[in-house]
Design a protein around this ligand. Structure first.
Ligand code: BGC
Length: 723
């Protein structure tokens, strides 16, 4: 269970830093090298610490003062990997323990060899705690070792400064503490580190540092440790006092690692999807996905998951529909309370959503396309420069990508139906359903007796400002139907819901068997996309065509109608799904990382397991690939969620409804898969082979299950075989 890079390469530094991030849902530390290298982006993030600097258009997740940098000198020679005298180089993240390690042998100018090991762990028990260890072992000679390290606030988000240094303190020559305040959001941050060695402290230019010097004899070990803490005013009245108190306690790197190992071992016992595949990569990709899903997700209703988790500055740390549709199900079926807290995050931000609706003359709640701490719209106005016009490209998602409203309602119902949690529904769900449904009542327009939804962007962001996007209309109807079913609002409102449902236009198959993605899509010209599909994810098409030219053609960035097929498996018949999957996939570049795995699920459902497997494998390679820069700005959170979705809802063939259905579609390469699945307060163990299904649970309560169309009652154990 390792992600490893066993060759030093300056080209892949930032990708490595992202992929091997250590964290715990509260904080994330990019896996940067201790030494500085050209273009290496350090990153330290705490969920919820957002700030907006003057002149910038959106709040961003603040890149916090660096605690990883360390200058090492041996006999006055500065250690660097930019030397050819390195052997036994290993750099890896152990997914089973959460520990990140670099180990190597280095030869100094004088010809002597040294073993150098750097280790890093983020506590899983005390979310504000993290630790580093450096071991130097002179193999040939005695030496003098110097270390310079501390807290470095000379950091920014791509040049944007977010922090004012309020206070710096030094105690006992081995405790460093600093207090910061964010410039616009006025959050206070306390950051402190305990060192296991006494040094000379200096504080200058937003850096508080210790310089330690020690002699070390041949074959002895120099062991240097830093244990750090970070608190913020988001959950603590006196963050500076709290870090100072925390750092007083002596605790070793080893102790923190032991505790973390235990937590990770418990995590894997509950969350791992175990596959017996001919391709070992499949297991690694699934483990990698589960690891990152866990470290990107705060278990706290005040916060949600950023598109890049806590691994980088990409998307400014904002929350998209990625959370509810791609990431939440992993928690819903593994640790439902975390899924609940993600929905509470939206509930607690109803004020911002209602204000956005009101400002745009709608009723109810229009959730922002991009959300941060406050819940108000955070989508930047502009994206990249348009290569044709030379002008900055307007981002229209905040104006028209309204499906997010129904996506949130969908997740509310998904949670409720999967857990049966009536208290949640009464306390949070109903209001969310009511306000989102109200939005759709006002968003629809009546045209010749039918309700249409005009001027939207569906999930496919290469198609803009269209009428009656099928995904949006079906999800809006689902949203309103859910509100009706849950009997939210008074009788008058219930009547309005009924009327909406009677009249809403749900695009259906045309004479050619196609479901139109929207009113105009099928009339647009088609171009050969082979070249762009081969380079999926690169948005290469935008270098050959202007955005408008892309919009005016049958070109999809990502699953749109196919997304609808995934979320509403029973809305269309098998034949329609099959024909439309082929039609639309052919026109989809998969330039969004959210696309391939969803296609894999729908392909598996139409019994195209091998095609599904191909798409699953390329989805697994969105971060885990040989290209140097695909993940520089952070992990693809939704894509990792979707890898898990593809395994469970694609290959294991689970369909949720009143009754849980299992129609496995294991690819040929998979002999077996096994996982736990929380469903209606039960925890099922599900083990599948090409021809058998084994279901187990602890309680004696009878649970109806449909297997390949036939209904069974599961008590504690059910064995099913195809023969
Ligand atoms: C995708 C969106 C997604 C966003 C954040 C965009 O490229 O088109 O669907 O929500 O990235 O991941």
């Amino acid at each position: 269970m390792r992600i490893e890079f066993n060759q030093f390469d300056e080209e892949t530094l930032n990708k490595e830093a992202t992929l091997m991030t250590t964290g715990n849902g509260y904080l994330g530390i990019r896996a940067t090298h201790e030494e500085n290298y050209r273009n290496q982006d350090r990153g330290f993030f705490v969920r919820g610490i957002f700030d907006r600097t003057v002149g910038t258009e959106a709040a961003e997740l603040v890149n916090l003062p660096d605690i990883t940098e360390l200058e090492l000198r041996i006999n006055e020679e500065v250690f660097s990997l930019n030397t050819s005298r390195i052997t036994n180089y290993q750099r890896f993240l152990d997914l089973s323990t959460g520990e990140f390690v670099r180990s190597l042998k280095w030869q100094s100018q004088s010809g002597d060899w040294f073993r150098i090991i750097n280790k890093r762990i983020v506590s899983q028990k005390m979310k504000e705690q993290f630790a580093f260890q450096l071991i130097v072992e002179p193999l040939d000679t005695d030496c003098t070792i110097s270390v310079k390290t501390g807290i470095n606030a000379q950091v920014s988000n791509g040049g944007n400064q977010h922090l004012i240094e309020r206070d710096l303190r030094v105690y006992d020559d081995c405790l460093l503490a600093a207090e910061y305040e964010t410039i616009e959001s006025h959050l206070t941050i306390g950051l402190a580190m305990r060192l296991n060695k006494v040094g000379t402290i200096s504080a200058k230019n937003r850096k508080i540092q210790t310089s330690i010097q020690e002699n070390c004899q041949k074959n002895q070990r120099f062991v240097f440790e830093k244990v750090g803490y970070i608190y913020s005013s988001l959950e603590n009245d006196q963050p500076f006092d709290s870090v100072k108190e925390a750092v007083n306690e002596e605790i070793s790197y080893e102790q923190i690692t032991e505790e973390a190992k235990e937590c990770w071992s418990d995590f894997w016992a509950e969350h791992r999807v175990v596959v017996d595949s001919q391709n070992n990569f499949d297991q690694l990709a699934l483990d990698f996905a589960c690891y990152h899903l866990q470290i990107m997700t705060p278990n706290d209703p005040q916060f949600s998951v950023a598109a890049k988790g806590l691994t980088g500055e990409g998307y400014k740390g904002h929350v998209f529909w990625d959370t509810e549709i791609f990431i939440l199900p992993f928690f819903l079926h593994n640790s439902p309370s975390v899924a609940k807290s993600l929905l509470q995050y939206r509930y607690l931000r109803l004020a911002g959503a209602k204000e956005k609706a009101r400002k745009n003359n709608y009723q109810g709640a229009l959730f922002p396309w991009e959300s941060a701490l406050t819940g108000y719209e955070e989508t930047p106005k502009y994206a990249a420069i348009n290569i044709r016009t030379g002008k900055r490209q307007i981002i229209s998602s905040a104006i028209a990508e309204h499906h997010i409203v129904a996506d949130i309602a969908y997740a509310v119902m998904d949670f409720y139906e999967s857990t049966g949690d009536q208290v949640f529904m009464d306390q949070y769900g109903k209001e969310l359903l009511k306000e989102t449904a109200l939005f759709w009542l006002s968003r629809g327009v009546e045209v010749n007796g039918r309700i249409e939804i005009h001027d939207v962007i569906g999930p496919d962001e290469y198609t803009e400002h269209v009428d009656n996007n099928a995904y949006t209309n079906y999800l809006a109807a689902y949203n309103v139907r859910a509100a009706l079913k849950q009997q939210v609002g008074n009788q008058e409102l219930q009547k309005q819901f009924e009327e909406f449902l009677d009249k809403v236009y749900l695009p259906n198959v045309n004479d050619d068997g196609l479901v139109p993605q929207d009113d105009t899509f099928l009339n647009k010209p088609v171009i050969d996309l082979t070249k762009y599909k081969e380079q999926a994810g690169n948005q290469l098409i935008l270098t050959d065509y202007s955005r408008q030219e892309v919009i005016d053609r049958q070109i999809l960035k990502q699953a749109d109608l196919v997304m609808l097929f995934y979320l509403q498996p029973n809305a269309f018949d098998f034949k329609t799904i099959k024909q439309n999957l082929y039609y639309y996939e052919n026109r989809t570049i998969h330039d969004s990382s959210l696309s391939k795995a969803i296609h894999a699920i729908v392909a598996a459902r139409i019994h195209e397991a091998e095609w599904a497997y191909e798409m699953f494998q390329s989805a697994c390679k969105i971060d885990l690939n040989d290209l140097p820069h695909t993940s520089d700005e952070g992990i693809h959170g939704a894509a990792l969620g979707a890898v898990w979705l593809a395994a469970i809802f694609g290959f294991a063939g689970i369909t949720k409804g009143e009754i849980l259905e299992i129609t496995p579609q294991l690819p040929k390469a998979w002999n077996q898969m096994q996982f736990l699945f929380c469903w209606k307060n039960e925890k099922l163990t599900i083990r599948l082979t090409q021809d058998t299904i084994l279901l187990m649970k602890d309680s004696e309560k009878e649970l109806p299950i449909r297997i390949e169309g036939q209904e069974y009652l599961l008590k504690q154990k059910l064995e099913w075989s195809r023969k």
